[in-house]
Design a protein around this ligand. Structure first.
Ligand SMILES: Cc1cc2nc3c(=O)[nH]c(=O)nc-3n(C[C@H](O)[C@H](O)[C@H](O)COP(=O)(O)O)c2cc1C
Length: 409
């Protein structure tokens, strides 16, 4: 599964360093070549000899080694790797990475690399929750550093809480997701995903909107990106973070959302998960509408918004190969979705019941039905992340099938 992949493993000075030994075994079982960089503190916890014996390669640690620098150099170490992995990532090393320090071989290699970096933090719960570490982790995540763990559990320091390093198998899985091409079946595909509500201005301070949280659309964007797609997420105003690995374009109105989708350029996949307002105010005022004593409330004249799903589904040279719409319904969910698929001309509809009793709007779970030309699939109630992963998996399968099988759908 990791055949031919080269992992540069940075082993730092934490109690969990012993798990690096197990990780090397797991990675080698999966076919990867592992080369280790050991920090000075790391060498207090595991010996270079153990790392060398398990990796069957030299262990690097000294930045000023004349032989290492003449033969290979700190830059070459990262050039030769597909992925850099820090196990365990100590609070100190995370701080050095966030600050851009290069005061030992490990931090220099991590600063000098343009390869993906995965870190597996491990530390005392108070170190992990300290504002300094929290800020460093946020900085590193923003820069695209990948994290696995930490998990919650009993620690060597006789405390309990988040800070425990993920187990070797879990770290190996995370490594595989990052570097194994088989896990990226949508590599080379481009996708646009819409998410969240739209806001239609009444005047400069008031608007018409809906309860969409963006959780489902954002999760779909992340899931498609995780499978290798290049994703543009066009999001209405939401209170959740932009998903990692995705280009997010923030919009407010349906008009802006459509324009952003069209500006995303040619895509293979369009997933319209946003709850787009069907109508907008015909003539929003430039100044705040004032309440006048004794005067009746102003009437709101509405006019239809552009139909983003129907527009993207229009046959033509630029049409995405697969257009997926969402149908948020409060009654006759499946019947309405079947009708909507035909009216809009899209390929699939993900139908969900958004009646208040279901808790779908704003909640973390969703019960959906996938409607295609082949029929209707009823999916069980799942976490929105899991709905997203399944949908992304189905999309990957769709593109993996020969065209004939697709047409028969
Ligand atoms: C017994 C012992 C256990 C330690 N465990 C951890 C740990 O789990 N996580 C951590 O961030 N630091 C831990 N430290 C502190 C680090 O070893 C120290 O910050 C060191 O400078 C880290 O260097 P490095 O990041 O270059 O490996 C521990 C120190 C000692 C003495």
């Amino acid at each position: 599964m990791l055949k031919g992949k080269r992992i540069l493993l940075v082993v730092a000075g934490g109690i969990a360093a012993f798990k690096a030994l197990e990780l090397i075994r797991r990675l080698r079982e999966r076919g990867a070549a592992v080369r280790c960089v050991l920090t000075e503190a790391g060498a207090k916890f595991v010996t270079p000899l153990s790392l060398q014996a398990l990796s069957e390669d030299r262990v690097y640690g000294d930045m000023f080694s004349l032989t290492d620098e003449s033969e290979m150099g700190h830059i070459q170490l990262s050039r030769d790797a597909d992925l850099l992995v820090v196990v365990p990532a100590t609070a100190d090393l995370l701080a050095r990475m966030a600050a851009g320090l290069a005061n030992d071989l490990a931090s220099t290699v991590l600063l000098a690399t343009d390869k993906p970096v995965l870190v597996a933090p491990a530390m005392n719960v108070r170190m992990w929750t300290h504002a300094a570490t929290v800020a460093n982790v946020e900085t590193l995540k923003r820069r695209g550093i990948h994290f696995v763990g930490p998990t919650e559990g009993a620690m060597a320091c006789n405390e309990f809480g988040p800070g425990r390093m993920s187990e070797a198998a879990e770290i190996a899985d995370a490594i595989e997701r990052l570097v194994a091409p088989a896990a990226r079946p949508l590599a080379g595909r481009r996708a646009v995903v819409t998410s969240g509500p739209t806001r239609e201005a009444i005047d400069p301070v008031r608007y018409i909107s809906n309860h969409s949280s963006g959780k489902q659309g954002h999760a779909i964007a992340a899931a498609l990106a995780a499978l290798g797609a290049e994703v543009t997420l066009v999001s209405g105003p939401v209170a959740i973070a932009d998903p990692p690995g995705v280009k997010t374009v923030a919009v407010e109105s349906a008009d802006q959302m459509l324009a952003a989708c069209q500006q995303a350029g040619r895509v293979d996949i369009a997933v319209c998960a946003a709850a787009v307002a069907d109508w907008k105010v015909a003539r929003p005022t430039g100044a705040k509408i004032k309440k006048k004593p004794g005067a009746p409330p102003p009437g709101l004249e509405l006019t239809p918004n552009p139909d983003i799903l129907a527009t993207l589904s229009k046959p033509g040279a630029g049409r995405p190969a697969l257009v997926v719409g969402f149908a948020a319904e409060t009654e006759a969910v499946v019947a309405n979705a079947i009708d909507k698929r035909q009216r809009k001309g899209c390929d699939w509809i993900v139908a969900n019941d958004v009646s208040p009793a279901t808790g779908t709007f704003g909640g973390d779970r969703n019960t959906v039905h996938l409607v295609s030309a082949a029929g209707v699939e009823d999916w069980p109630t799942l976490a929105k992340d899991e709905v997203a992963r399944r949908l992304a998996g189905r999309i990957a399968l769709h593109f993996a099938q020969p065209p004939k099988a697709e047409a028969a759908e």
